[in-house]
Design a protein around this ligand. Structure first.
Ligand code: F3S
Length: 391
């Protein structure tokens, strides 16, 4: 890989140990994927923040990097293993909390913004069209590439941190225009009326095309929340990091020859598959993390009522702060529902605590089953709230 004089010096250790280590990670990645050079990034999002995933080895690596590492570009974090302020209310153990706090402290020392969210684009880490970025979380990657039109590979935690500390990423994969062209046309012949339908569509398309890039036709409109849900679902059930929706998403693409369809029956079947016959003991929304509008909606649905089941609303803390200001948080908390800021159902260590989850997220269903062995109910937000209100 061809390095500039400054990059060469960074690799030689003239800019400190953390930068040297970061350059070693990035140049090794570049060599593996045949990158010819490094590119400048404008934004980073780091995953692998939960102590549940990192363990002591991960924590040691971060502490080492934090000795002299400082971010070069705006960098935020993916959800951590707990709500950093309200962890006790969510049943997290003090031992876990202590380790998780150390992880966040290490990131803070490196000047990483310690807001932990998979929707960085809602809280000010929002790159513009054409920017090279280094994001990690799969739904954020699909959203960043497809809806924002920025360019990112699906980074691992260490490579994203390396990009944060150097401002660089190797020029390969999704960073290059030639690799961002659609490979298969997907003709959607189904009515998509809400987030749950878009989640099911992501499952159907993802399972059909795996990690190919689709050009999707037949969708006339989609809200930001529906695109958020679709991004999460297509990346979870398939693995694609980029999609095009004709008339809706901003990237240009050549037109592929391969053509497949998605019918109404397939969407209905996918929704059925995500539902088990089971008694729910936890309800959760906010996968990916809720938008302000979703918080507003759930506050309206819970106004003056009392939930009878554990109910988690997963959201970025800055969005919760706006909800505080508007009184939405009080309405929600008065009902007995709980905010789970900085975290989510998937990265928090909750295996064994619950048996069946009701959610409006197809991605949550996947991980609730695979990671936590929960049964699942997959319904729109209004019905999830109704389940939470029932004995
Ligand atoms: Fe975000 Fe957790 Fe879902 S990281 S996309 S809320 S699994």
């Amino acid at each position: 890989m061809k390095l500039t004089k400054q990059e060469q010096e960074m690799l030689e250790g003239k800019h400190g140990k953390a930068v040297k280590k970061s350059m070693e990670i990035l140049t090794a990645l570049g060599d593996i994927y045949g990158a010819e050079k490094l590119l400048d990034v404008t934004s980073v999002q780091i995953a692998g923040v939960s102590y549940d995933n990192l363990g002591d080895a991960g924590l040691e690596f971060l502490a080492e990097m934090a000795k002299d590492g400082k971010t070069k570009v705006l960098t935020t974090l993916n959800p951590a293993g707990m709500d950093m302020e309200n962890w006790e209310a969510l049943g997290i153990s003090p031992e876990f909390a202590e380790k998780q706090k150390k992880v966040i402290e290490a990131f803070k020392k490196m000047d990483v913004i310690t807001t932990c969210t998979c929707t960085p684009y809602f809280i000010g880490n929002s790159p513009k069209y054409g920017d090279h970025i280094a994001w990690s979380e799969s739904s954020a990657v699909a959203f960043g590439n497809s809806v924002l039109g920025a360019k990112t590979n699906r980074e691992g935690g260490p490579s994203a941190l390396a990009s944060a500390l150097t401002g660089k990423t190797p020029a390969y994969g999704m960073q290059l225009e030639e690799n961002r062209q659609a490979q298969v046309i997907v003709n959607v012949k189904a009515k998509l009326k809400d987030i749950v339908d878009f989640g099911a569509l992501g499952k159907v398309i993802g399972e059909k095309i795996k990690n190919k890039i689709p050009l999707i036709r037949g969708i006339e409109k989609a809200s930001i929340e529906e695109l958020k849900s679709f991004s999460a679902s297509i990346a979870t059930y398939g693995g694609t990091a980029l999609y095009h929706i004709e008339g809706l998403t901003p990237n240009k693409t050549t037109i592929p020859k391969e053509n497949i369809g998605v019918s109404q029956e397939e969407i209905d079947k996918a929704k059925k598959e995500l539902n088990d016959d089971s008694d729910v003991d936890i309800v959760s929304i906010g996968c990916p993390h809720c938008s302000l509008n979703e918080i507003r909606e759930v506050a309206t649905l819970l106004d003056g009522k009392k939930v009878k089941k554990e109910f988690w609303i997963c959201v970025a803390r800055p969005i919760k702060k706006i909800a505080d200001q508007m009184g939405y948080s009080k309405t929600i908390e008065d009902s007995g529902a709980k905010f789970a800021c900085d975290t989510c159902m998937v990265v928090a260590p909750i295996k064994g605590r619950f048996k069946a989850l009701a959610t409006n997220s197809a991605k949550s269903v996947y991980y609730a089953r695979a990671k936590n062995k929960f049964k699942t109910i997959y319904k729109p937000m209004k019905e999830c709230v109704e389940i939470a209100l029932k004995e």
